[in-house]
Design a binder for this molecule. Structure first.
Ligand code: ADP
Ligand code: MG
Length: 457
């Protein structure tokens, strides 16, 4: 065997040998959870780099399986090398690195970009609920007839971890597999920018232009990171126009609707609104439960409704976090070799969301807020819509969200059984008031101090 493995096929051959050996030594569930998603991306006599999907994985592997990995690699290759973990995070292995020899070679093959898409991000693995149904349907329509619907560009916006990247890549997979639009290019806006800058440095933009302006489908992720730079925006403008005029599909994602994007030229923003702009909201409880169950099922594990509900009630922020909790849970279950029980979940949630020592309670915040606004606590959580009371209630909800680790659902329940969307709305109103009314901001600051003081005493 050569000392330095470079070809991907060699690397995966070696790693498959190692994995086969590891599989015989540890429990199946542990193997599936921890090792199946790994990849060997570099191997030299002194160092092996293993790619994993998150820091949680690398920490876990390092803590629990480092020796096993070292020994196995030694057995298989004869080298005692240092093991390094590389986190691919949610930056998909995607993104054609321009101008490197190998990729220039690959780039001549039209469908090359498909190799850069994360294979997990398909329509099949995307769970649909009220929060994302419209966007999902639009994405699927675009994927079925790229460039041929009025949804061009399709702009998907929404908060972090809600599935934008997943949907963009699902479109890419679908086009390659089921349509004649095989030349799919997926990039983050940063990658687009850095490729462009590199091409300027190289004094040759032909390769850049060739890749981006000949795409059948251009998927640009996170356009909120587009820099203010005039030349890059101009380049993007021309890329956009060329593709659009040629009936090619453009799909963009952003953390906010295009008209709220900062630092982008008007002409770009107006083009972004030519097609369809659609948002993804936070998933409701039912959808979160469905996502959990499906993801567990993919790992070969069944989770009861009660347990899914328990987890989904606690984690209402985003789906990435939900996945994180599930991974923890699978890991624990596999380590302890037990099924996923309510006790295991409660234990884990307890450790994850353990209130910091002096974290105020919801009751505490309600008591102090009521006092501050000179109303009774009963009135604070009552149904009355009188303006002063409603305002006090919104402030109290906002503080609960900021100062405790309780979920939106839990907070809503403590405020007379209100819905989580009421809590979101309250937080939004308080935030906008904070921006526009300095006296309100200082009042809120005093109130926050009071809550702090009382929970320390
Ligand atoms: P964003 O790009 O909006 O920050 P991602 O697309 O990276 O979010 O999604 C975060 C994680 O949650 C990914 O692992 C993704 O597969 C998963 N995810 C998001 N939405 C869904 C969904 N509706 N069904 C299943 N998985 C989802
Ligand atoms: Mg993303």
């Amino acid at each position: 065997m050569s000392n330095l493995l470079t070809a991907t096929s060699d690397l995966s051959w070696v790693w498959n040998q190692c994995l086969a050996a590891i599989e015989t030594r540890i429990q199946r569930q542990s193997y599936n959870t921890w090792f199946r998603p790994t990849q060997l991306i570099h191997f030299a006599p002194d160092q092996a780099i293993i790619q994993v999907s998150s820091h949680f994985f690398s920490d876990w592997l390092e803590e629990h399986y480092l020796e096993l990995i070292k020994t196995t690699l030694h057995e298989q290759t004869g080298h005692n090398c240092e093991i390094v973990f590389s986190v691919s995070a949610d930056k998909p292995i995607s993104e054609p690195p321009l101008f490197s020899d190998t990729v220039q070679e690959q780039a001549k093959v039209p469908s090359v970009a498909v190799f850069h898409l994360n294979p997990r991000y398909t329509f099949d693995t995307f769970i649909v609920g009220d929060s994302n149904e419209f966007t999902y349907t639009a994405a699927l329509a675009v994927a079925k007839s790229p460039g041929k619907t009025s949804f061009n560009p399709l702009v998907i916006h929404g908060g972090v971890g809600l599935g934008k990247t997943h949907l963009l890549q699902a479109i890419g997979h679908y086009c390659v597999q089921h349509t004649s639009a095989k030349n799919v290019v997926y990039v983050s806006s940063e990658k687009f920018v850095s490729d462009f800058i590199q091409s300027i440095k190289n004094k040759d933009t032909t390769e850049f232009v060739r890749i981006y302006r000949t795409a059948d489908v251009l998927l640009v992720d996170d356009i909120q990171f587009f820099p203010q730079s005039e030349s890059t925006q101009k380049e993007f403008f021309h890329t956009f126009n060329t593709l659009h005029q040629n009936g090619k599909q453009i799909v963009l994602s952003s953390d906010c609707p295009p008209n709220r994007l900062k630092g982008l030229e008007e002409r770009l923003i107006s083009r972004f609104q030519w097609g369809l702009v659609t948002g993804i909201e936070k998933p409701d409880l039912e959808t979160r439960m469905a996502i959990l169950k499906k993801k567990a099922e993919n790992e070969g594990i069944y989770i009861e409704d009660g347990i899914a509900r328990l987890i989904a009630m606690q984690v209402d922020t985003n789906i990435r976090e939900l996945e994180g909790i599930l991974t923890h849970l699978l890991a624990q279950a596999s380590l302890k070799n037990t099924p996923i029980t309510q006790e295991l979940v409660l234990n884990l949630l307890d450790n994850t969301f353990k209130p910091s020592k002096n974290q105020p309670t919801i009751d505490n915040i309600q008591r102090i807020a009521a006092k501050h606004f000179c109303i009774s606590e009963d009135l604070l959580i009552s149904k009355t819509r009188k303006q002063e009371v409603a305002m006090a209630r919104q402030v109290a909800m906002y503080l609960c969200r900021k100062m405790t680790s309780s979920s939106l659902e839990t907070i809503g329940l403590h405020f007379g059984g209100r819905d989580h969307s009421t809590v979101i709305h309250a937080c939004q109103s308080v935030e906008s008031k904070l921006l526009t009314e300095p006296s309100f901001a200082s009042r809120l600051h005093r109130l926050t101090q009071d809550v702090h003081t009382s929970s320390h005493s």
